[in-house]
Design a protein around this ligand. Structure first.
Ligand SMILES: *Cc1c(COP(=O)(O)O)cnc(C)c1O
Length: 393
């Protein structure tokens, strides 16, 4: 029999759960794009977008996904043949490197052993070796969603600046913005990118690039800055259509407005604390189960773990079987393993955005039921360990 009928839960690391309020905000007729409410609504979101990123700088919005943001950040700062240094902590850093290569840039990869975060000193060493300053930018993925490794972006920026090298620091916060603490200006980040469908709780389709004056200055010499991707008019529009270089993504803007209201109501510190607490509940359950069975977290050090996504190993192909069981029998869809071998031994739990204690405890309960059903051994008491973490909140 199946027990999946009821509200399903897409517990993958993006798209995340869309709040009813956000979905309802989209249930409306098209607004006039030439004048009126949509203009003030969009103007009013810019300060909120700055606040979410922790910056007084600029923000450009694109109709696109995270890959669009990757490309936009590079196009506005780099010229063909420029070198970019990429700190690799998982599949998404590699994806950004491929994007750079496709644009005619020369990616220089520094690989960190999965599951380790970026070592700022190795980044600094690479910059010190670049005496001719061929490296235009250092690319860091704050949370690599494939490994669930979280790196210390502030420490990376500080190490970069300490070398005296002029490279820009760029951070991919697609999986972390609105989940894990991030403070663009305080952390010395020049360019930060994100997208709508993870911590920002809005359907996929909006990409964001925040940048400061240093990055804006790089735009002038960047020969990759093509007309459509140019962040200048988008961040400083003289007319409304320039925000999006054409028709605005009308319904997405209503959705984002609602999501930003929700973020403002809860407050970023409370949001960060909620994500941390829920993540700790997941870790507590898995650590406990693992005392009597094969399930384990990818990242051993809690200080290096994302609070928005958790990558887990369940060997002998049990991860794929578990995902199937959880979806078919219990209405919970877990994330596939990404960039990890063997494919069938890894899965991920998304706990980002509009997620609360009962959703996480429910997911953990379903995982435990699935391990029972599939005859995967585990130590009894994992759910109790998670409940304990929640009860102490
Ligand atoms: C999801 C994600 C991406 C890719 O975003 P798309 O919208 O799928 O293009 C890139 N980087 C990170 C860290 C992500 O989590």
């Amino acid at each position: 029999m199946t027990l999946a009928n009821g509200r399903d839960y897409l517990a993958i690391p993006g798209p995340s759960v869309m709040p009813e309020r956000v979905l309802r905000a989209m249930q409306r007729t098209s607004p006039n794009i030439y004048e009126g409410e949509l203009h003030s609504l969009t103007d009013g979101m810019i300060p909120d977008l700055r606040r979410v990123a922790g910056t007084d700088g600029y923000v450009a919005i694109y109709i696109g996904n995270g890959h669009a943001a990757w490309e936009a950040a590079l196009c506005n700062t780099c010229s063909r043949g420029d070198r970019v240094l990429i700190a690799v902590t998982g599949a998404f850093a590699r994806g950004w490197a491929e994007m750079a290569e496709g644009l005619g840039l020369v990616p220089q990869l520094i690989e960190f052993d999965d599951p380790a975060p970026v070592d700022p000193e190795r980044v600094a060493d690479a910059l010190r070796a670049d005496t001719g300053h061929a490296i235009r930018a250092v690319l860091v993925v704050h949370v690599d969603t494939s490994t669930s490794v979280r790196s210390d972006v502030a420490a990376v920026s500080a190490a970069v600046r300490a070398t005296g090298h002029p490279a820009l620091v760029m951070a991919d916060c697609i999986a972390s913005l609105g989940c894990d603490r991030f403070e663009m200006d305080a952390w010395g980040v020049d360019v930060m990118i994100s997208a709508s469908q993870k911590g920002l709780m809005t359907p996929p389709g909006l990409a964001f690039v925040w940048f400061n004056d240093r990055a804006a200055a790089a735009r002038d010499g960047a020969d990759l800055a093509s007309r459509y991707w140019d962040w200048g008019p988008r961040a400083n529009p003289e007319a409304f259509w320039q925000y999006f270089d054409g028709t605005a993504p009308t319904h997405h803007l209503y959705a984002l407005r609602e999501a930003l209201d929700m973020i403002g109501e809860e407050g970023l510190p409370a949001i960060w604390a909620r994500h941390e607490r829920l993540a700790r509940a997941v870790w507590a359950a898995v650590d406990h189960w693992g005392q009597g069975g094969p399930i384990r977290l990818n990242v051993p050090d809690p200080a290096q773990r994302s609070h928005a996504v958790t990558t887990l190993c369940l060997p002998d192909g049990a991860a794929t079987r578990l995902r199937g069981w959880c979806e078919d029998k219990a209405g919970v869809t877990l994330g596939i393993g990404l960039g990890k071998e063997p494919y069938d031994d890894w899965f991920r739990i998304g706990h980002m955005g509009h997620v609360n204690a009962h959703m996480v405890l429910g997911t953990l309960g379903v995982i435990e039921a699935g391990m029972r059903a599939l005859d995967v051994p585990f130590a009894e008491g994992g759910l109790g360990a998670a409940a304990q973490v929640i009860s102490e909140a």
